[in-house]
Ligand binder design. Structure first.
Ligand SMILES: Cc1cc2nc3c(=O)[nH]c(=O)nc-3n(C[C@H](O)[C@H](O)[C@H](O)COP(=O)(O)OP(=O)(O)OC[C@H]3O[C@@H](n4cnc5c(N)ncnc54)[C@H](O)[C@@H]3O)c2cc1C
Length: 409
């Protein structure tokens, strides 16, 4: 009989990345079915699946859509996703602009915008097929202690304390990770001096599956195509501007947005609930210890300029699953320092490349020096005229290459 409190793998945080690890492992049923897995999640599914005008969405790279195909959850998601067929990049106050088309890249779409509840529902539906996975929810972790076989976790579930044991803990409880604090893992923070104002915008016209990235003196402004004639806006501005935009009434806000963005999406008609995020790069100083590994936003939180946070987290989930399965195949201890450091070294390369790329975009397109503005304009024009020169940028956004920025820079 199975001991209910002993797990091979405990994932703390059943968000996008935590759930992705489960699907990535299940791609190898021969090995995975022997693993007993628990996902500890603080927020109940009923709450996470709620949807309305203001629902949060994520831009998935084309590469991420290929991973979801392998997880066999893509077909359902696709029905409710908004494909990005064109990306239009421009700089406010300069003539240069670049237009990237899916057909030029010989892919069905450059990426897809998917609402969070759609993504999560696809995960939950898939989980019902796995009889080796327990979802412990709503539950949080209040203590972690090293024991001979791995770690003992104290959970708070239904107001009661409960102890479970794990050979391997995968920490995936997001940017403000309490588990990272419990483990005393420090972070390094780089403040971009920008705030992201996000909201869904109701459009008078169809967006025709265009994504727009407009670089302004204060920071980038992205408008991504969503279902139901909406665009997901991320507008990066100074702290004062963010406070002003948040406090502005709908008419004043839409006028300001329309002035900055222009009329490429026609009349901007409606603005939903606005959220503000301080934009900083947060990197955990340790990605693994024996029996513990950090994944997703716990490991690094990126500037949303290039929409890479989850795409990077998804790739890390796939990589970690491969390393764990390889260890099982070779009869190694998958929670050992050696195996987890192997994962870590692969992951650090991807993280460094994406961080370099993101910092490059933030710096290049947020600096208000006139000459730089002129060069940016020229740069964007060159990008459009010389298709080969924009390949690295496009491939990075499509998520199918991660070694290219060094060449590009
Ligand atoms: C404005 C904005 C726009 C973005 N746009 C994009 C984009 O277009 N494309 C992209 O790839 N990325 C984007 N990102 C980044 C992306 O949202 C994150 O990288 C991604 O959500 C990280 O997933 P995660 O699973 O690591 O963390 P989360 O999604 O935050 O999940 C963490 C989970 O842990 C749970 N949890 C928290 N604390 C506890 C606890 N103590 N115990 C148990 N469970 C807990 C939470 O309820 C949650 O379910 C954007 C981010 C922002 C801020």
């Amino acid at each position: 009989m199975q001991d209910n409190n002993n797990y091979d793998i405990v994932i703390i945080g059943g968000g996008l990345v935590g759930n992705s690890v489960v699907c990535a492992l299940q791609q190898y049923p021969q090995y995975c079915k022997k693993l007993r897995i628990a996902v500890v999640e603080a927020v109940p599914a009923t709450e996470k699946l709620q949807t309305d005008f203001d629902v949060r969405s994520v831009a998935l790279s084309y590469g991420s859509s290929l991973i979801f195909q392998r997880f066999k959850i893509w077909q359902k998601m696709l029905l409710q996703a908004s494909p990005i067929n064109n990306i239009h990049i421009s700089t406010r106050g300069n003539f240069g602009s670049a237009n990237v088309k899916a057909e030029q890249q010989k892919v069905p779409a450059l990426g897809y915008v998917v609402a969070m509840p759609v993504l999560l529902k696809a995960f939950y539906d898939k989980f019902s097929e796995f009889d080796n996975v327990d979802l412990l929810c709503p539950a949080t972790v209040s203590n972690i202690e090293r024991i001979a076989t791995g770690h003992q976790l104290t959970l708070i579930q239904d107001g009661n304390n409960k102890q479970i044991n794990a050979k391997l803990i995968i920490v995936a409880d997001g940017t403000r990770s309490k588990t990272r604090d419990l483990l005393h893992i420090n972070t390094k923070q780089t403040d971009y001096g920008q705030y992201g104002v996000t909201a869904n915008i109701g459009l008078a016209d169809d967006h025709q599956n265009y994504a727009y990235e407009r670089f302004t003196a204060t920071g980038p402004l992205a408008m991504l195509p969503m279902t139901e004639r909406r665009a997901a806006m991320v507008w990066c501005v100074s702290e004062n501007q963010a406070a002003e935009l948040k406090a502005a009434d709908d008419v004043t806000f839409l006028k300001s947005l329309q002035e900055t963005f222009g009329y490429r999406l026609g009349q901007l008609q409606q603005v939903g609930v606005k959220q503000i995020y301080p934009l900083r790069l947060t990197q955990a100083m340790e990605l693994s210890r024996p029996g513990i590994v950090l994944l997703g936003n716990v490991a690094q939180t990126l500037h949303p300029v290039a929409g890479q946070g989850f795409n990077l987290g998804l790739r890390s989930a796939v990589k970690l699953a491969e390393v764990i399965i390889d260890a099982l195949r070779n009869q190694q201890d998958y929670a050992s320092n050696q195996v987890l450091k192997n994962y870590e070294s692969q992951q650090l390369q991807d993280r460094a490349t994406i961080t370099l790329y993101t910092n490059f975009l933030v710096k290049l397109f947020s600096n208000n020096v006139p000459m730089l503005g002129y060069l940016r304009g020229k740069g964007l024009l060159a990008l459009d005229l010389l298709p080969f020169s924009k390949q690295p940028l496009i491939k990075m956004n499509m998520g199918v290459a991660n070694q290219i920025m060094a060449e590009y820079l």
